[in-house]
Design a protein around this ligand. Structure first.
Ligand code: NAP
Length: 247
């Protein structure tokens, strides 16, 4: 039976690339979209691209920041595909600003999606995986969570929190044959980074020894490795994919 991968925030950017890569590796794909708008503005195209690889794929609407919404989504994916073998916690947002001017709303919004969202999804999917006695969970963190980044107090805090959740989940779920790892991208060309000014992009680029920004497919490749049998003995790790930017 084909294995199933559930990817959050998969209608565009890194999540879409992960969905397509895992489909080409033979996984059935559950494409989580935040709302009907994302289904129409990208989710359906991702599903079609996955199906063209010969696997089954479908969009599942759900808000990762909402505990009950995640429970319903996980139930629906399990009912549709029978198993959940890979969970990729990819959904994320930014609401950048210097600490001195950051509002409580800016902090809470980012914490709800990037931090609590990982708890919500992992909490529900880990139950399925524990009963299966197998699974791979891959969390998308960021180099900002490892090294900090001015203007991203909220974002870097949530991404550091994701590393903590990754390490603890690896220890708790390891005895049930579940691996838990994180991938920490540097600067990747997606809608999230498109909004930065040319000045901000030039500043970021000057700190990348490889001399270019990363592509979503380069993050997807690392995720696909961690989701594969070849990575069965790797757990509790954070793989940095940043063109040596944070070295
Ligand atoms: P993106 O293009 O903005 O994609 C993020 C996706 O998450 C969007 O589809 C977004 O939907 C979705 N999402 C937001 N809130 C959600 C919610 N409550 N429930 C479900 N889905 C939700 O960003 P990306 O660059 O691909 O980022 C993907 C992940 O990589 C994020 O965790 C990000 O922090 C991380 N990352 C990115 C970079 C980079 O340079 N791009 C670097 C380091 C880490 P909407 O469009 O509706 O908001």
């Amino acid at each position: 039976m084909a294995k199933t991968a559930l990817i959050t925030g998969a209608s565009q950017g890194i999540g879409a690339a992960i969905g397509k890569k895992l489909a080409s590796d033979g996984f059935n794909i559950a494409v989580n979209c935040y709302s009907e708008r994302e289904v129409e503005n990208g989710g359906n195209q991702v599903v079609e691209a996955c199906r063209s690889c010969g696997v089954e794929a479908e969009c599942f609407i759900g808000d990762v920041s909402n505990f009950d919404s995640c429970a319903e989504m996980v139930k629906a994916v399990k009912a549709r595909f029978g198993t959940i073998d890979v969970l990729v916690n990819n959904a994320g947002i930014t609401k950048d600003g210097l600490l001195a001017r950051m509002s409580e709303a800016q902090f809470d919004a980012v914490a709800a999606v990037n931090f609590k969202g990982v708890f919500n999804m992992t909490r529900h999917v880990s139950g399925v995986m524990m009963r299966q006695r197998s699974g791979h969970i891959i969390n998308i963190t960021s180099v900002a969570g490892l090294y900090g980044n001015p203007g991203q107090f909220n974002y870097s805090a949530t991404k550091a929190g994701v590393v903590g959740m990754t390490l603890t989940a690896a220890k708790e779920l390891g005895p049930r044959n579940i691996t838990v790892n994180a991938v920490a991208p540097g600067f990747i060309e997606t809608p999230m980074t498109d909004v930065l000014t040319d000045e901000q992009k030039a500043a970021a680029l000057s700190s990348v020894p490889l001399g270019r920004f990363g592509k979503p497919e380069e993050i997807a490749a690392a995720v696909a490795f961690l989701a594969s049998d070849a990575a069965g003995y790797i757990s509790g790790q954070v793989i940095v994919v940043d063109g040596a930017m944070s070295m």
